[in-house]
Design a protein around this ligand. Structure first.
Ligand SMILES: O=C(O)CCC(=O)C(=O)O
Ligand SMILES: [Fe+2]
Length: 444
C-alpha cells in the first residue's frame, strides 16, 4: 500500500507515515501503526492489535498529559527527595526507581492501598510515595482516571461478540484493579559517570541502591529492553525524540513516535491468556489441540502462519515438556513486545540531546483474577524456585517467592494449576523467557 495515497486529504495528513482511518479495513501494511478515531473506530482495536500489535487512538477524551510538569516537578527533585519516594520493600512498580546504567528513572503512581503481599508489615500505603507537589499529583490523578475510563471503553470492545469471540475479558475487570500510571525519564545525564560528576557521593550511593561506586553504563543509549507488559492494555504517550518501537505478531519492529492528540494502545500478557482460554478451553485434554497452527481456525487471518509462533510461556516450575500445553493453543492476541532506544549525541536526530519523558497507564486486573487454569499431573508441578527438580525453568534466579504464589501454585485434588494475575506478576521477573516472547527467536 502506498503511504502517500493513504494519507492524502486525511484529517491527520500532518502526521507522516500513518494510515488514514478510513483505509483501515483494507489496510495491510506492516510498517505503519493504525490510527483509530475516537470513538467511532474503537471497535477496530482487536484487529489492530492482532495485525500490528498496537494502535493510536486519535482525539482521545483525555486532559493534556502532565509530562512537562513531571519534568519540572517530579524529576527535578533532589536525589534525597527521590529516595524518600522509594518503596520500603524495594518494589520496582511503586514509587520512585532508577536504572542509572540504562539511563532511566521512573515513578509509579498507584493510589490504591498496597497489596499485603507487597507490604506485609503494612509499612506504608502507596499514597505516601507521592512527590510534595499537590498540583502535579492532582493533574496526575485526573489523567489517570480519564485514561482508565478510556481503557475500560477499549475493554468493552473485547466483550462485544466479534469474529474473535465474545466475553474475552472476565467480568471482574471493571475496577481499578492493580492499575498504575508511570512517568519515565530517559537521559544520558543519568548514566553513572554523569551522576557521579554532578551529584555528591552520598546521594549517588543512595540512588544506586547502596553501591559505593559508579559502574559504567550498559549501553551508550538510554534504553528500556524489549519486554511485554504484564497487564491487560497499556496506554502511552511521550515527548520527542521518538524512541519507542513496538513489534508486530510476526516480530517486525514498528517505530511508535508520539503523535499530537493521540495515545498509543498496546496489548499486555493478560489478553494473550484470555484470548487463548476463550478459544480453546483449558479443560480439554492436550490431545485435542494440534500444535500445527496452520490448521487452526485461530490463525486463518495471519499472513504467514509458519512465522506465527506463540509466546514461549513455560509454566513456572513445570517440567520442560509441560510447555507443550501452551504452544498447542495459540492465543488470538499476542502481548505486544516493545522497547525504547534513545538517540544520543552523534545520532542524526536533531533532538538527540534532549531528555525523553514518557507516560504510561497500565490497565491491570486485581491480583486474584484468574488468567488461566491448566490441567496438570501432580508430578508436573514443582516449587518455582527449582528446589525439587533438576529440569525446571533454566536459569531461574533463586528468589523468594511470595506466599500468594505458593498458595495458588496448585490445587492438588483437582490436578489444576491456577495462574492468577498476582502470581503471574510475581513470577514474571523470575523466568527470563516470560519477559518477552521475542527473546530467543533471533529477532532482538
Ligand atoms: O517509555 C516508554 O515509552 C515505554 C515504557 C514502558 O514500556 C514501560 O514502562 O513498561
Ligand atoms: Fe512496557
Amino acid at each position: 500500500m502506498s503511504n502517500s495515497s493513504s494519507i492524502s486529504d486525511s484529517p491527520h495528513s500532518s502526521v507522516p507515515g500513518s494510515p488514514r482511518v478510513e483505509d483501515f479495513d483494507e489496510y495491510n501494511d506492516p510498517e505503519l501503526i493504525p490510527m483509530l478515531m475516537y470513538p467511532g473506530d474503537l471497535s477496530k482495536l482487536p484487529s489492530a492489535l492482532r495485525t500490528h500489535g498496537g494502535a493510536y487512538i486519535v482525539s482521545p477524551p483525555l486532559p493534556p498529559p502532565p509530562i512537562a510538569e513531571a519534568s519540572s516537578s517530579l524529576f527535578a527533585l533532589s536525589p534525597d527527595a527521590k529516595s524518600a519516594l522509594r518503596h520500603p520493600g524495594g518494589v520496582s512498580v511503586r514509587g520512585y526507581n532508577c536504572a542509572l546504567k540504562l539511563g532511566r528513572e521512573w515513578w509509579d503512581y498507584s493510589p490504591q492501598q498496597m497489596d499485603p503481599a507487597e507490604d506485609p508489615d503494612g509499612l506504608k500505603p502507596s499514597t505516601e510515595l507521592i512527590p510534595p507537589d499537590a498540583e502535579f499529583v492532582e493533574a496526575t490523578e485526573r489523567y489517570f482516571r480519564a485514561a482508565l475510563k478510556l481503557l475500560h471503553e477499549c475493554i468493552s470492545v473485547f466483550r462485544t461478540p466479534s469474529e474473535y469471540g465474545t466475553d474475552m475479558i472476565p467480568g471482574q475487570v471493571t475496577e481499578q484493579g492493580d492499575s498504575t500510571l508511570r512517568y519515565l525519564r530517559y537521559s544520558t545525564s543519568l548514566f553513572p559517570e554523569q551522576t557521579a560528576r554532578t551529584s555528591d557521593p552520598s546521594s549517588e550511593r543512595v540512588l544506586d541502591k547502596g553501591k559505593g561506586r559508579a559502574d559504567p553504563p550498559s549501553s551508550s543509549h538510554p534504553v528500556m529492553k524489549p519486554h511485554t507488559d504484564h497487564g491487560i492494555l497499556t496506554l502511552m504517550t511521550a515527548t520527542s525524540p521518538s524512541a519507542l518501537y513496538i513489534y508486530t505478531p510476526e516480530g517486525i519492529p514498528l517505530p511508535a513516535p508520539p503523535l499530537p492528540n493521540a495515545v498509543l494502545i498496546i496489548a499486555g500478557d493478560c489478553l494473550a491468556h484470555w484470548t487463548r482460554e476463550a478459544l480453546a478451553p483449558a479443560q480439554q485434554p492436550l490431545a485435542d489441540h494440534s500444535p500445527d497452527f496452520s490448521s487452526s481456525k485461530l490463525t486463518d487471518n495471519v499472513a504467514s502462519p509458519t512465522t506465527y509462533a506463540p509466546p514461549p510461556y513455560p509454566p513456572p516450575g513445570t517440567r520442560a515438556n509441560a510447555s507443550a500445553w501452551d504452544s498447542s493453543r495459540p492465543p488470538m492476541l499476542l502481548p505486544t513486545p516493545h522497547e525504547v532506544v534513545m538517540p544520543v549525541r552523534g545520532d542524526t536526530d536533531a533532538q538527540a540531546e534532549e531528555d525523553r519523558i514518557s507516560l504510561a497507564v497500565f490497565l491491570r486486573p486485581a491480583k486474584d483474577v484468574v488468567l488461566y487454569r491448566k490441567p496438570c499431573s501432580k508430578s508436573d508441578i514443582v516449587a518455582p524456585s527449582g528446589q525439587s527438580s533438576g529440569d525446571t525453568v533454566p536459569n531461574a534466579p533463586s528468589q523468594k517467592v511470595s506466599s500468594e504464589t505458593n498458595r495458588t501454585l496448585k490445587d492438588p485434588e483437582a490436578n489444576t494449576d491456577v495462574m492468577t494475575f498476582g502470581r503471574w506478576a510475581a513470577e514474571k521477573g523470575l523466568y527470563p523467557p516470560r519477559r518477552c516472547w521475542l527473546v530467543g527467536r533471533g529477532t532482538t
